[in-house]
Ligand binder design. Structure first.
Ligand code: SPD
Length: 307
């Protein structure tokens, strides 16, 4: 946690009444939101948890001083991290979510009618509780009867998973400083690969092209060694994440070929008929393919390593 000069955790020491997001992961910048009201402040066994009502982005969930979601733009992240992988394979049945305790990814997974089992392993029960209390439209994902919630460590959970169990694993983590650090390591990806069926897919939060190209390069290199199917990178716009964008690492195991760029399922149609949520707000088949286009500076570094 950043030393906040005696100001309440997460509140800006620079602009009174504002939240500012300081982190060594984005040195020299701190995106700020005007705070109308602090709704919750707590300390779990793992991290500081803050919820505030912002002036322009609705309610905001913050872990260890870093924005995890806002009511206004959470749709972009949750829809893209879920539908990019699930629309890339036909009839996914078993899905594992690591992290994602707010329930937003569950809400999106539930849009896929082929799914029979949705397991989620979240380390921090306080994140689940706070989301159910303050973000009912996000935590609604827990109301799906196919969801099985496990509170615990994602690495330990994966060690116990029988080989080839899942069609898809979605890793909705915070940044690699704090409780999520293990979820960016090569040893973690090895466990994920073992848990996937042949031609199964993993999709993991993989930071910002503007800020973390070196971290992304390392993740790509690790994944190339482990995943013998496809290895690709996509990104999307999320205004309240550092630099306004966030990316995702997509990999498939050896087996039926997965072409991540071209969706084989149209969830935007399924989503319209789903009782958990209304029509999708962000994802569509066109934005799916566009998400794989890289700016030239990143194309030069990453493309030779992608498959
Ligand atoms: N820099 C913040 C990245 C946060 C990614 N996880 C968000 C969780 C939303 N379900």
């Amino acid at each position: 946690m950043v030393d906040n000069n005696g100001v309440a955790p997460g509140m800006s020491p620079v602009i009174p009444g504002w939240f500012s997001e300081f982190s060594p992961m984005w040195p020299g910048e701190a995106h700020s939101l005007k705070v109308d009201k602090v709704l919750f402040q707590g300390k779990s066994d793992y991290q500081d948890v803050l919820v505030f009502q912002s002036a322009t982005y609705g309610k905001v969930l913050v872990l260890d001083g870093v924005i995890q979601l806002t009511e206004r733009d959470e749709c972009a992240y949750q829809e893209m991290i879920t539908h990019l992988p699930l629309c890339s394979i036909e009839n996914p049945k078993k899905v594992l979510v690591i992290g994602g305790g707010d329930g937003g990814v569950l809400r999106e997974v539930s849009c896929h009618s082929s799914i029979e089992q949705i397991d989620i392993c979240e380390i921090d029960a306080m994140v689940v509780d706070v989301s159910k209390r303050f973000f009912p439209n996000v935590a609604v994902g827990y109301e799906d009867s196919r969801v099985n919630l496990h509170i615990g460590d994602g690495v330990e959970f994966l060690k116990a998973v029988p080989q080839g169990t899942y069609d898809a694993v979605i890793v909705d983590s915070s940044d690699p400083i704090g409780p999520a650090e293990e979820l960016f390591k090569k040893s973690f990806f090895e466990l994920v690969a073992k848990a996937l069926r042949p031609g199964g897919v993993v999709y993991t939060q993989a930071e910002s092209l503007w800020l973390h190209l070196n971290i992304i390069e390392e993740i790509v290199s690790n994944c190339r060694q482990i995943f013998k199917g496809s290895v690709n990178y996509a990104w999307t716009s999320v205004p309240t994440y550092p630099s306004g964008v966030i990316g995702f690492m997509l990999c498939s195991t050896e087996g039926p070929v997965v072409d991540f760029r071209h969706p084989v399922t149209r969830v935007d149609v399924i989503g319209n008929n789903n009782k958990v949520k209304g029509p999708l707000k962000f994802y569509n088949a066109e934005i799916h393919s566009a998400a794989f286009c890289l700016p030239s500076f990143a194309e030069r570094v990453l493309r030779p390593k992608l498959t």
